[in-house]
Design a protein around this ligand. Structure first.
Ligand SMILES: Cc1ncc(COP(=O)(O)O)c(C=O)c1O
Length: 343
């Protein structure tokens, strides 16, 4: 199948970090336990946590486009920013290690958590193993400004530097998830089914925006994608996601119009804020682990899965519907939240 979307994406440089599609598997035990089987509702998992570099996760799809562009201009140093337990930072460090590029991470204490697991374990441990240089800033600091100052210093000394903004969620990075929409459509054809809803967490919005742009160009409509905001309140997330969807479409050379009501975001799972555990998240993480033997993370996919469970419980789907939950990775975060799961 060669679509307009494939053609538009093929004009962008891409580093092949995934080496093929990620699997889609049916969550049969969950279907049974949640009574979905009896209602004729299918629940499927897109295993974007199952990738070949750095423990995997959604950020690798965005990095394919960032690093592809960087390689074209001979970048030798990548600087990126994120929270202390950023999965994007960890995967950037892993990709740079694989490609022999120097990596500097500017991490912000954006979550009020200071226990030793949060400070030293999880993604922080892995960033260091991958050989990245870490600079940690106080909460509320302007990490992007710090990154630009550091980039200027390095450029003065002759280095070729790329600064990747938070979560890799630029229009270019979002193309990773436009490409994922094409991958899902191909897998639908192979499985002989259609997904009515594709569910993702929403942090810096690139995952939702990329999927929305991609499905739009596949003539499916953007509202097939539903996200649960985990970083900001619903309205802030919705504005950011709408803008990024429009910018991704423009970057692809499309004049498709997306209206605010076509971006479907649920703000009910944020709880007390970014990175702060909720009871529903803990229940969702345990349910996924015990029913399917699979791991989801406490900050992103745990809250999104909690939202999907709430929707399923409220009867938002009916007979013949198929739901695809995108497992976006981030499981190293579990080790940073030991006190939540093992108080
Ligand atoms: C594991 C995981 N899932 C989901 C997300 C959210 O993706 P986005 O920032 O594209 O909204 C992130 C972002 O950091 C993440 O690390």
């Amino acid at each position: 199948m060669h679509t307009l979307l494939d053609k538009l994406l093929s004009s962008f440089a891409r580093a092949d970090l995934l080496q093929g599609p990620t699997p889609i598997q049916r969550a049969e035990r969950l279907e049974q336990l949640l009574g979905l089987k009896a209602q004729g509702i299918g629940l499927f998992l897109k295993r974007d946590d199952h990738m070949l570099i750095g423990g995997g996760g959604n950020k690798l799809r965005k990095l394919e486009f960032h690093i592809g562009a960087a390689q074209q201009v001979g970048v030798d140093t990548v600087i990126t920013v994120g929270g202390l337990q950023s999965n994007h930072a960890r995967l950037t460090a892993a990709v740079c290690a694989r490609l022999g590029i120097a990596c500097e991470l500017i991490l912000t204490r954006s979550v009020p958590k200071t226990d030793v697991d949060y400070e030293r374990n999880g993604n922080v441990l892995l960033d260091q193993l991958f050989g990245a240089h870490l600079q940690v800033l106080a909460g509320g600091s302007d990490s992007v400004a710090t990154a630009e100052i550091r980039a200027a210093q390095l450029r003065d000394s002759g280095r070729k530097v790329l600064v990747i903004p938070t979560g890799g969620s630029t229009p270019l990075g979002s193309l990773g998830y436009a490409r994922c929409a094409a991958e899902i459509a191909q897998q639908e054809a192979e499985l002989g089914l259609t997904f009515n809803q594709v569910v993702v967490p929403n942090g810096s919005a690139g995952t939702h925006a990329g999927l929305a742009a991609g499905f739009r160009l596949l003539n499916r409509g953007t509202s097939i994608v539903k996200s649960y905001s985990v970083l900001s309140d619903r309205d802030t997330s919705a504005a950011r996601t709408l803008q990024l969807t429009r910018d991704a479409l423009t970057l692809l050379g499309s004049s498709a119009i997306v209206q605010p009501e076509e971006i479907v975001i649920d703000g009910s799972q944020l709880g007390d804020g970014y990175g702060l555990p909720t009871q529903a998240m803990q229940d969702a993480v345990r349910l996924m682990a015990r029913a399917e033997g699979l791991l989801i993370d406490p900050v992103y996919s745990g809250k999104a899965f909690a939202g999907l469970l709430a929707d399923l419980g409220q009867g938002r789907f009916g007979s013949g519907d198929n739901v695809l939950f995108v497992m976006t990775g981030g499981t190293p975060g579990l080790y940073a939240y030991r006190d939540t799961f093992q108080p």
